[in-house]
Design a protein around this ligand. Structure first.
Ligand code: PEP
Ligand code: MG
Length: 538
């Protein structure tokens, strides 16, 4: 039997997967030499059209967020610049396939060499486009891989990820990859376990692999004991089929009886599929930036209104906290004009919205209109100064007056802030105007430790932020109590069972987490007292 072999990568989507490896082979092309330039040009243009049609069909049967990624690829294919680059090479004597691949490889290299993670992540989209058109030229379709297997390769394209049937399980291990890539985001939203950055490794024959998308650990040829361990612990993070069928308790209580509210974080409307409405307090965080992937979406008030209304109607009488666009930093900025937007310390979240108030005003109108369809709360991301809250509230009031004048039905919702900048947490007493506070521990961790959340080289420092966060929380929660302002926590710590005792001990009673983490967090809460101490069996 082959020897067990362990690799360490970076987990980007939690959960455990075990299965046969599907090793992705880079697309082989038939690089025919040219016989007739106009015939080669026709082959190229035909393959581009076939690819656009296939992408449109795929987009039509995909959920909105996924369709947006496909739209990006369609837009790229419609851009004459790319086809002209390849056509230029046909003019200098290459066949269609060779011209296409060489032109696209130059283009991809430009993305891959960028210092910016988001731009580098785009390379996967372009590789996807390259392979799709190439496959159309050679008459082969983009190959799916067997359901239930673990995809292993340099990268996986968004369209292949979307087209694959994940219902039979499986996962993804990438030699390179980026936590900021579209595929990493899609994997998290669909709860597909994923590890990136393992470096290339050799696989012989029919190898089986175990991966833990939480710790980033990958084990080739796992022993029975290794499998047993892995399937016992991390699987508790996932909702098993049995647990999924059991009705969720509506009230969650600590061992000594304190009532805890559990809400969910939503990045994509498909995250709501399968959520037991009765078992949650509401939606504690809707990240709107992931619902919009083009400048056109951001400018489309009616589209935004439609999405918010749908979520509010799904929630019924339960509160829904919709966060204003947190664009910039590690989040996608759907615009060619990125300016200073990609810095974690620059124009991000509310700073960017106040610098570009036309974007904020559109979202404000969509939210004001949707507020009549449920219990909406609006939350501001990356707030540092009380004036940012005041200016935003003023914009909401101004837009409300305009809607009033046009006799458009609307309501001004409660407006609160994310507490994710250390200065805000320290100075919470100056935010008495906020209707609620929600602690964003993901950003608090990176700003407290000065370790970027998407940088694997400092991941160890980032993950040790908890003690500093607990101290800061204890300080801020005292202020919030004096102000009598409701508080919750919506960063990843809220979904991490190991952090639950510490968060309870700080006095937190409202947690918002990914739906997939509900089962583990519920059972953890039941084993601890409200002060965070372990309950003793009587
Ligand atoms: C956070 O920072 O903890 C948070 C919830 O916001 P995001 O992860 O979207 O930056
Ligand atoms: Mg944040």
């Amino acid at each position: 039997m082959a020897e067990m072999f362990r690799l360490q990568g970076q987990g980007t989507s939690p959960g455990t997967a075990f299965g046969q490896i599907h090793l992705a082979v880079e697309t082989e092309a038939m690089f025919s030499s040219q016989t007739n330039p106009s015939a080669e040009r026709a082959i190229l243009l035909d393959a581009v059209q076939v690819s656009i049609a296939a992408l449109r069909a795929l987009a039509a049967r995909s959920p909105a967020e996924s369709a947006a990624f496909l739209e990006f690829q369609i837009e790229m294919l419609l851009d004459p610049e790319i086809t002209e680059m390849a056509a230029g090479r046909i003019g200098s004597g290459d066949g269609a396939a060779l011209a296409w691949v060489t032109a696209l490889d130059d283009y991809i290299a430009g993305f891959e060499q960028s210092d910016n993670d988001d731009v580098r992540a785009r390379a996967a989209d372009v590789i996807d486009i390259k392979n799709r058109v190439l496959a159309a030229m050679t008459g082969k379709s983009v190959a799916d891989f067997p359901a239930g297997t673990v995809f292993v390769g340099k990268d996986i394209s968004p369209s292949l990820f979307l087209a694959h049937d994940w219902s039979a399980g499986g996962g993804v291990v990438l030699f390179k990859g980026s936590a900021a890539s579209h595929v990493s985001m899609l994997a998290r939203a669909k709860s597909v376990p994923m590890v990136i950055g393992t470096g290339t490794f050799n696989i012989a024959g029919k190898t089986q692999l175990l991966l833990d998308g939480g710790s980033g650990c990958v084990v080739l040829h796992p022993s029975d004991e290794e499998l047993r361990q892995a399937l016992l612990t991390p699987l508790s993070m996932r909702q098993s089929a049995d647990e999924g069928e059991r009705p969720c308790p509506t009230a969650v209580r600590t061992a000594d009886g304190a009532k805890i509210s559990l809400s969910i974080n939503v990045n994509d409307l498909s995250d709501l599929i399968g959520v037991d409405h009765a078992g949650i307090a509401g939606i504690g965080l809707l990240r709107t930036e992931f619902l919009m992937s083009s400048a056109a979406d951001i400018a489309n008030e009616d589209r935004q209104y439609g999405i918010y209304r749908q979520v509010l109607e799904w929630a019924g009488q339960k509160p829904v906290t919709i966060r204003l666009l947190d664009l910039g930093g590690d989040k996608p900025v759907p615009s060619a004009d990125k300016g200073d937007w990609t810095s974690f310390l620059g124009l991000r979240g509310i700073r960017l919205l106040l610098a570009r108030p036309e974007i904020l005003r559109i979202q404000a109108r969509a939210l004001l209109r949707s507020a009549i369809h449920g219990k909406l709360k609006v939350m501001l991301p990356m707030v540092t100064l009380p004036s940012e809250l005041e200016r935003t509230v003023t914009i909401f009031r101004e837009e409300s007056t305009l809607l009033e004048r046009c006799r458009v039905n609307h309501r001004i919702p409660p407006i609160g802030i994310m507490v994710e900048v250390p200065a805000t947490a320290l100075m919470l007493d100056t935010f008495g105007a906020a209707d609620f506070f929600s602690f964003g521990t993901n950003d608090l961790a990176q700003y407290l430790t000065a370790a970027a959340r998407d940088n694997a080289a400092v991941a160890d420092i980032y993950t040790h932020a908890a003690p500093a966060i607990f101290r800061l929380l204890a300080h801020s929660l005292q202020i919030a109590a004096n102000l009598e302002t409701p508080v919750s926590v919506c960063g990843d710590m809220a979904g991490d069972p190991e952090c639950i005792p510490g968060l309870l001990g700080c006095g937190l009673r409202h947690f918002s987490l990914a739906p997939v983490q509900l089962v583990a967090v519920r059972s953890q809460i039941a084993q601890f007292n409200a002060d965070g101490t372990m309950a003793v069996d009587k």
